[in-house]
Design a binder for this molecule. Structure first.
Ligand SMILES: [Zn+2]
Length: 147
């Protein structure tokens, strides 16, 4: 448990101060108190650092549109399709080979369940994303033809 302020200022006043929810008078009261009280000064610093960190992580998520970008020319469209036709069988082969090697190499039943449960889950997730992407790509092409 964190120590309480020696003069009894409530922590929720500091949070409200950071959120900008206080009146002019309330803000001044907190500022004056923080000047005088080392406990609340460091608490306020901690709170604002935590706030900054959570703000940064929530804004750091990249936009989800890299895959949906349409090819600009017929040539790049052909390359894109060829790329998919090469990448998908390659990926399937690599995964199948990796699973086969892991199956041969793993010792006990428990180990197999642990490893293949995780890999199976990841593969299923990947496949579901891939199917969605392919469907999106198909509807995009359809939309472009209809335009
Ligand atoms: Zn204090």
């Amino acid at each position: 448990m964190r120590e309480r302020c020696p003069t009894g200022l409530e922590e929720r006043l500091l949070t409200a101060y950071l959120d900008g929810e206080l009146t002019q008078g309330g803000m001044q009261k907190v500022e004056v108190h923080v000047e005088a009280c080392a406990h609340c000064r460091s608490l306020l610093e901690d709170l604002s650092r935590i706030r900054e960190a959570t703000m940064n992580t929530s804004f750091a998520t990249p936009p989800d549109n890299q895959w949906n970008e349409l090819p600009r020319t017929p040539a790049s469209g052909t390359f894109r399709r060829l790329g998919w036709w090469l990448v998908i069988p390659w990926l399937v082969l690599v995964i199948a080979w990796g699973l086969w090697e892991a199956w041969k190499g793993s010792a006990g039943v428990l180990e197999r369940v642990l490893v293949f449960g995780g890999i199976g889950g990841v593969v299923l997730l990947f496949l579901s994303v891939l199917l969605d992407r392919l469907r999106d790509a198909a509807t995009d092409r359809y939309r472009e033809v209809n335009r």
